[in-house]
Design a protein around this ligand. Structure first.
Ligand SMILES: [Zn+2]
Ligand SMILES: [Zn+2]
Ligand SMILES: [Zn+2]
Ligand SMILES: [Zn+2]
Length: 328
């Protein structure tokens, strides 16, 4: 089998088994040695498969332990979850777990009837949640319930997803696409207080989680907003809305990994940019040069840093250094 075909098949097997498996169990479905299978997964990368070393779990204990592990990993700024180094402490036997990852998403504009074709899936969101009121007579729903339309087939192909059936695609999306989570409370995400501006607090029927975290975009190593998708009150909300809890746990595992990776990337970038600033902004008073790690954007990308430099007159710099070139 060609590699993309193998990857599609592995995604299919994973999603037929809840979206996450131990490597040894996954191996039972493919004719590859363990080393070769690990190779394929590594080559495909964490955009397709999250491969993490964890404490071995078996039987009915597996779910509880996975949940405990997800909780251990999701502490804001916490360690663990690296592609290759999971967060389980303890000295029990180790195993590799594989989680199916995908960048395929439902098209948000299509849900509003605003999109004819794009690179995202044109499927009814409520149907994918198993909650479309038109499910018994789907021809009356204005949105597609069919994953095999030409548009959707093309999107699946572009994402290297062949041969998944609807149930398998649903599992894949539930653990990757934030639009299938309950609606995030925007008031909770504003302000300094514990519940932000949300006066309903624990009674709110929207999701009290960091909206950037669920999109894989939270840049804060120690975020004030919750990065815990399955803490007590969130769990009640998820259950009330009929969400598949194992899928949310998988979503947590993937998001925690992405957050950790983004944080590491920003840290490295901060160090690099800090050095670059020290060398390139020699003309500026020292007060203007900010602490490495606090940059919002790499100046090499062309625009500078929101509010990270003290002086509003930076663009008046006329020295021979390049800084004015980067200031907008
Ligand atoms: Zn679209
Ligand atoms: Zn529908
Ligand atoms: Zn709220
Ligand atoms: Zn956050």
């Amino acid at each position: 089998m060609a590699e993309p075909t193998v990857c599609s098949f592995l995604t299919k097997v994973l999603c037929a088994n809840g979206g996450r498996m131990l490597l040894q169990d996954l191996r039972g479905h493919v004719e590859l040695s363990e080393a070769r299978l690990r190779d394929v997964l590594r080559q495909a990368g964490p955009e397709r498969f999250l491969l993490q070393e964890v404490q071995e779990t078996e039987g009915p204990r597996a779910e509880a332990q996975a949940q405990a592990q997800a909780q251990a990993e999701r502490a804001p700024g916490g360690a663990g979850g690296a592609g290759g180094a999971g967060g389980a402490g303890g000295g029990g036997p180790r195993a590799w777990r594989v989680v199916a990852v995908s960048s395929a998403r439902l098209c948000a504009r299509y849900q509003r009837g605003d999109c004819q074709a794009c690179d995202q899936l044109h499927l009814c969101r409520r149907h994918m949640l198993g909650k479309c009121p038109n499910r018994d007579c789907w021809s009356t729903c204005t949105l597609s319930h069919d994953i095999h339309t030409p548009v959707n087939m093309q999107v699946l192909k572009n994402h290297g997803l062949f041969g998944l059936n609807e149930a398998q695609l649903r599992i894949l999306l539930l653990q990757n696409d934030p639009c299938l989570l309950p609606e995030v409370c925007l008031l909770y995400n504003k302000g300094e207080a514990l519940y932000g501006y949300c006066n309903l607090k624990d009674k709110c029927n929207k999701f009290h989680v960091c909206k950037s975290f669920v999109r894989g975009e939270c840049r804060l190593p120690k975020c004030k907003r919750s990065h815990q998708l399955t803490h007590a009150s969130a769990l009640t909300l998820l259950q009330d809305q009929g969400l598949n809890i194992p899928s949310v746990i998988n979503f947590q595992i993937i998001s925690t990994y992405k957050h950790m990776k983004l944080h590491k990337m920003l840290e490295n970038q901060g160090e690099r940019v800090g050095t670059w600033v020290a060398q390139s902004f020699k003309c500026l008073p020292l007060a203007w040069v900010m602490i490495p790690g606090s940059w919002d954007q790499d100046p090499h990308q062309g625009s500078l840093l929101s509010g990270k430099l003290e002086s509003p007159s930076l663009d008046l710099c006329s020295s021979p250094c390049l800084c004015s070139f980067y200031v907008k």
